[in-house]
Design a protein around this ligand. Sequence first.
Ligand SMILES: Nc1ncnc2c1ncn2[C@@H]1O[C@H](COP(=O)(O)OP(=O)(O)OP(=O)(O)O)[C@@H](O)[C@H]1O
Ligand SMILES: [Mg+2]
Length: 254
Amino acid sequence: MATLEIRDLHVTVEADNATKEILKGVDLTVKQGETHAIMGPNGSGKSTLAYSLAGHPKYTITGGTVTLDGEDVLEMSVDERARAGLFLAMQYPVEVPGVSVSNFLRTSATAVRGEAPKLRTWVKEVKEAMERLNMDPAFAERNVNEGFSGGEKKRHEILQLELLKPKIAILDETDSGLDVDALRVVSEGVNRVRETGEVGTLLITHYTRILRYIKPDYVHVFSAGRIVESGGAELADKLEEEGYEAYTKGGASA
Ligand SMILES: Nc1ncnc2c1ncn2[C@@H]1O[C@H](COP(=O)(O)OP(=O)(O)OP(=O)(O)O)[C@@H](O)[C@H]1O
Ligand SMILES: [Mg+2]
């Protein structure tokens, strides 16, 4: 079983001509087959963690390690990360003009699998995955993310997740515009890949509402650039009732 290990991760960004430390020693282990939720207030660094794992150039790793099965993830190019089995929803460009969803998915699958999927089985695979997500077949011919609604972006993300079958998936569910329908699509997709037992999921959110549909094995509270508490699914219920105040005293978070 593949294991993603994050040890004492420190990350800075350049903003307003100053270097700001955002992640201040993150420790986390995610194994294939496990579902983890990271929750925390706005500005605590959750998306920064996701971007850092994705290899976004804006984020500088100043300390710590990230390994997947002992291999140094931080040394890998974005493509190599995907091939190693990491799925990072946000590593993909916001808009890809002139590239259809269908071509984009095949290119991604080729990168991940190391060879182009056979056209005939691939077309069937995509069709079936789209049906499961209640997606109109015409969607496959649209340009990636061009004019996609929030819900369509999410469906596209889950479509990739199901087709690319990663070992570890990191999903940043920050979009406050998700309606019940999109929420259900994301949840069902995540639960489907979870049932295979072959995908480890790290779900980042500040809402507990998605956790009504996805029961995480582990919940971690993120505050001021670190994980400050970990527990089981019951921790999410506690956060729903009590909020994050207990974790943010001292004005550590925006
Ligand atoms: N590229 C950047 N340039 C400048 N500041 C940044 C950048 N990325 C993150 N930050 C700052 O780092 C802090 C953490 O931001 P981040 O987006 O990681 O928080 P978050 O926990 O995902 O919040 P939210 O729940 O609102 O999505 C914020 O103060 C943010 O302004
Ligand atoms: Mg965020």
